[in-house]
Design a protein around this ligand. Structure first.
Ligand code: SF4
Length: 695
């Protein structure tokens, strides 16, 4: 796959994998990539890259790429290759027929964090203007939607508060439910550099991840909690801060909403919220929680970095709120070296949320019920927009199974492999009458589709991605779309065929419209991105020309930071005699998400299957040895993998990744979800593990 040769020219673009958003120089010979070199001026990576980004270009020209549109009447029929015009007409005719028969809200769209900001914006516009419904959602639903809710409620907006560089000024770093060395490697290197210079580290994670103990980094505290008990741990830490007089009273008085703080102070100081009261539930010794809380409060600069181990729980939103409460109580928001920082798993999770692809929000996190905001979009788009939020992804599945949701436009997202309880998703898709999948490969979701529109890889795109620092970087076209049509053009054609005309000459025109309608993007232009290398939102007349590197300085976006009580509620997913172990999931260094891209690159040299990690004690009890095949069964389904005996695990907890469709990790995850956002509880599944014969 790796081609070595002499480059003739190069193009600066942005990695399309994780939320670090590294800048890369694609070195080219004609239309062929010779190599990808990390861009030394890239602000997120400063010349570094990881093993994923280096080889990312391999999948762009893989033989599995779809290069022609295809259609079929029924999903049991063979695919028929057709022209773009025929495919778009086929899709539009079907969507219109579905809406005529079942109503305008019987269809919807799903966008993806793999798409550019401009593409996401167009998909949500198509849904709202051409479908005339708010049934639009994004794959961020299944990862960071609780971040949107929790940070929005407490701070006033959903975004990391710092730049990555800020970690270099942290004295205490708390990593919660994230494994940066595998999932955000370039940022992890920066964090480790700071730790080697003496910053103290607290890790809150059921697994002993690399950061806990590696040759040059040792965590001062590892709170190895049982999966599903995050909220108990963060509330117990808050109890210590409040009852031991560690609150930054001056900060709270000046910056926070006092009635909500006083209410919270009373709540967390109750004896039932102490570390001792939660010790049996969380499995974390009370004294360890007390020491970690004291260290965090003492700072002077304490920063929190968290990942999907926080959000993908039934109490994901509560946990995000708990993190924000703790940071505010200790005065750890609004300057360098502190802050609350969600580590976004995918390249454009931040951007896909910013661009209005949630069913209740227009671009810039403005609620659909806000008449003033809605009327701005109505005037610009020339349509009426319903004030009612549309369906979230899980609600679309439920509505499909009950017969009221019949059509889906799904762009860049493999919901069958990535959403929980695969059988449930497959049943819902089977009940629909028009599914249009726009993707670069014939993915698992495409098996249920009636129309397949070839998508473009990041090397074929022009546009922007927004990383976990709110940094907007250019994605520049390195080669023309293999299908001849870019993703934004396909969306435009479909919208026009549905009766709502779209006419943009270039993605830059779309960004002009975004900037005109979204205050936090008002100052964003391609010219300025070229001039500064990148911009950070908010970027408008009230900020520096290059935007805002540090948020909530002096005051929170919402004004006064607001506290909320975080009542711990145990997960519904319980172990019992039949399902005695708890499964949690995550990623490995060489693979990315469902693996559709990395599995088609040189990265498979490092790792080519999902495996089940378990503790030696649990293995011995079941007669399992290293490399044995094991069956994993949950209340939702079952699968088979190879076993790895690992001292990273605690007894009673097992772990796997979800990179390979053959093992189908999400066949076993359940469809219970976060109370506020429906983000699935991927991180807690009761399972039974038994030794089996090789499948
Ligand atoms: Fe950077 Fe993430 Fe890409 Fe690695 S995967 S090169 S850390 S953006």
């Amino acid at each position: 796959v790796i081609q070595i040769g002499q480059a003739e020219h190069s193009v600066i673009t942005t990695c399309a994998y994780c939320g670090v958003g590294c800048g890369f120089k694609a070195e080219m010979k004609g239309n062929t990539v010779v190599r990808m070199v990390p861009w030394k001026d890239g602000k997120a990576n400063e010349g570094h890259s990881c093993v994923k980004g280096r080889f990312a270009w391999g999948y762009a020209t893989h033989k599995d790429r779809i290069t022609h549109p295809m259609v079929r009447d029924k999903i049991t029929d063979p695919w028929r290759q057709v022209s773009w015009a025929e495919a778009i007409d086929f899709a539009a005719t079907r969507f219109k027929a579905v809406q005529a028969r079942y109503g305008k809200d019987s269809v919807g769209g799903i966008t993806s964090s793999r798409c550019t900001n401009e593409e996401v914006y167009l998909v949500q516009k198509l849904v709202r203007a051409a479908f005339s419904t708010n049934n639009v959602d994004t794959c961020a639903r299944v990862c960071h939607s609780p971040t949107g809710y929790g940070m929005g409620q407490t701070f006033g907006t959903s975004a990391g508060t710092q730049t990555f560089r800020s970690v270099e000024e942290a004295d205490v770093i708390m990593v919660i439910g994230a494994n940066p060395t595998d999932a955000h490697p370039v940022f992890a290197s920066r964090m480790k550099k700071r730790l080697r210079k003496g910053a103290q580290l607290i890790v809150v994670d059921p697994r002993r991840i690399d950061l806990v103990s590696s040759p040059h980094v040792q965590a001062q505290h590892h709170l190895a909690l049982k999966p599903g008990t995050n909220v108990a741990v963060i509330t117990a830490m808050a109890h210590v801060v409040v009852t031991e007089g560690l609150v930054n009273e001056a900060y709270v008085r000046e910056r926070c909403d006092l009635p909500s703080f006083n209410d919270w102070r009373e709540f967390v100081s109750r004896p039932e919220n102490s570390p001792e009261a939660f010790e049996a539930e969380t499995g974390v010794p009370a004294e360890e929680v007390r020491r970690a809380a004291r260290l965090f409060a003492s700072g002077p600069n304490s920063a929190i970095y968290y990942g999907l181990g926080v959000t993908e729980h039934a109490q994901g939103s509560t946990m995000v709120i708990g993190i924000c409460n703790l940071a505010m109580a200790c005065g750890m928001v609004g300057r360098e070296g502190v802050g609350v920082n969600p580590l976004r798993g995918q390249n454009n999770v931040q951007g896909s949320c910013d661009m209005g692809s949630f069913p209740h929000e227009l671009p810039g996190y403005r609620h659909i019920s806000d008449t003033t905001v809605r009327s701005q979009f109505e005037a610009a788009w020339g349509v009426q927009i319903s004030p009612e939020p549309g369906l979230r992804i899980p609600n679309m599945f439920e509505a499909a199974l009950s017969g009221s949701f019949k059509g889906l436009y799904c762009v860049g997202e493999d919901i069958v492999q990535s959403d929980p309880n695969t059988q449930h998703v497959a049943a819902a898709l089977s009940a629909m009458e028009c599914i249009v999948v726009q993707d670069i490969f014939l993915n698992e979701t495409a098996k249920y589709a009636h129309v397949l529109l070839p998508g473009s890889s990041f090397l074929e795109k022009d546009g922007t991605f927004t990383n976990a620092e709110r940094r907007i970087s250019r994605v520049r076209q390195v080669m023309p779309p293999l299908s001849g049509v870019g993703d934004w053009q396909a969306t435009m054609m479909l919208s026009t065929a549905l009766g709502y005309e779209m006419h943009y000459g270039h993605p830059e025109d779309i960004m002009r419209e975004i900037a005109a309608l979204t205050p936090s993007f008002a100052g964003v232009t391609y010219e300025k991105i070229d001039r500064f290398g990148s911009l950070q939102w908010p970027c408008n007349e009230n900020t520096d020309e290059a935007g805002t590197s540090l948020m909530h300085v002096g005051h929170f976006v919402r004004g006064k930071g607001r506290f909320f009580n975080t009542q711990y509620v145990a997960s519904d997913e319980k172990v019992n005699a039949r399902y005695p172990l708890l499964l949690t999931t995550g990623r490995i260094l060489s693979q990315y998400n469902v693996g559709a891209q990395t599995r088609r690159t040189a990265n498979n040299l490092w790792h080519d299957e999902d495996q089940l990690e378990l503790h030696a004690h649990d293995a011995e009890e079941r007669g399992i040895r290293e490399g044995d095949w094991v069956g994993i069964a949950s209340r939702a389904g079952q699968t088979v993998m190879r076993a790895v005996i690992s001292d990273r695990m605690q007894p009673g907890v097992v772990y796997t990744t979800f990179h390979f469709p053959e093992s189908g990790a999400n066949v076993i995850t359940t469809d219970s979800s976060d109370w506020a956002t429906n983000c699935p509880e991927y991180k807690v599944t009761a399972v039974q593990v038994t030794k089996v014969m090789q499948p």
